[in-house]
Design a protein around this ligand. Structure first.
Ligand code: NDP
Length: 322
């Protein structure tokens, strides 16, 4: 099969489009013929070696496709089912093997393209807004990189839960997208001190929660944007990983809560996976969740897709058509 294989961690030049052996479904697993794979920032972290995996590896942690075959004991899906998933690595390929319990059937009203686009960032936005800090009416949240893939989903779900959303983005064009997603206020954080502006917009109080995927460059100012006893959710490293933090800093900045969550721990059981994926896919089908697809690249152009994502040239979702 054709796949994007990484033999050595490093820059985008380490993405090799090549022939490799197709995987085989073992007990409890399903073989999926991939039609669309999602491109996510986490793929870049694995390619760079910031997140560790055995080499050689096939990148990609999100896909939609059709079940080709199943291994012994599989009950969740059957050959011919349209399915999507987020989690197991190996999606930048014509075929991928996943534990069958991690597959979700795609409802009839949702295209494979949209399902592939929704799984990872959609379920991330779901756990952040429903579980990590369950937003309610009366809450105000700060969402960084709000025109990005994860960002646009977080803004929509935060509004759906009745919260006020203050968004940050890098450019005026991205500000427009954040507003379309529902943001009440948008800050151009390359030009304006977002902590001071957030204080101004909240009458000096600060926000209840910050959802920060940018990491190193926004971390301290995100703490400065919170109300006393607010929650700092650092969930990504787009500008680099956040360095070590002294717990006393949280005291000094207002008895803050700090968490560093990841999706895998929020879809670790089939029940939780079906709850989050079910919500996300049904909102897609009803039009309550809108996904902005930046571009669909051919599988062979995975390198270009990662370069565009890392260079802040994209908005919304990037997909590979396989
Ligand atoms: P995005 O589409 O959000 O792209 C990243 C965006 O980050 C850029 O477009 C840019 O927006 C902003 N950014 C700010 N500084 C930089 C920088 N120095 N380099 C690059 N980008 C920068 O990507 P994703 O939606 O795929 O992912 C967003 C983040 O969320 C990633 O860090 C990812 O790892 C994390 N994530 C975490 C998960 C979890 O469970 N913990 C799950 C899913 C995603 P702008 O120009 O507006 O600043």
């Amino acid at each position: 099969m054709k796949a994007i294989v990484v033999h050595q961690c490093g820059g985008p030049e380490q993405l090799h489009f090549q022939q490799t052996a197709a995987p085989v479904a073992g007990p409890g697993q399903a073989l999926v013929r991939v039609t669309h794979a999602g491109v996510n920032f986490i793929d870049i972290y694995f390619r760079m070696g910031l997140y560790k995996a055995d080499l050689p590896m096939i990148l990609g942690m999100e896909a939609a496709g059709v079940v080709e075959s199943v291994g012994e004991g599989v009950t969740e899906v059957a050959p011919g089912d349209r399915v999507a998933y987020a989690g197991p690595r190996g999606a930048y390929a014509e075929y991928a093997v996943t534990p069958a319990w991690q597959l979700v059937k795609i409802p009839s009203g949702v295209s494979g393209e949209l399902a592939a686009a929704a799984m990872l960032q959609g379920m991330t936005a779901h756990y952040l807004t429903h579980s990590t800090f369950p937003l309610q009416q009366g809450h105000t949240c700060l969402v960084h990189a709000a025109a990005g893939g994860a960002g646009q989903c977080i803004v929509q779900m935060a509004k759906r839960r009745g919260a006020r959303v203050i968004a940050t983005v890098g450019t005026a064009a991205k500000a427009e997208l954040a507003r379309q997603a529902g943001a009440d206020e948008v800050i151009l954080y390359e030009q304006v001190d977002f902590a001071a502006e957030t204080r101004r917009l909240t009458d000096g109080k600060g926000v209840d929660v910050v959802y920060d995927s940018v990491g190193a460059s926004t971390f301290v100012k995100s703490l400065d944007s919170l109300r006393p006893r607010g929650m700092m959710v650092t969930f990504g490293n787009a500008s680099g990983p956040v360095p070590a933090v002294e717990p006393l800093l949280l005291n000094a900045k207002g008895s803050l809560f700090l968490t560093r969550p990841t999706l895998a721990h929020h879809i670790a059981t089939r029940d939780e996976l079906l709850w989050r994926a079910g919500d996300v896919l049904s909102w897609l089908a009803s039009g309550d969740l809108k996904l902005h697809i930046h571009q669909i690249y051919p599988l062979s152009d995975a390198r270009q897709a990662q370069e565009d994502l890392a260079a802040r040239r994209t908005t919304g979702k990037l997909l590979l058509a396989v």
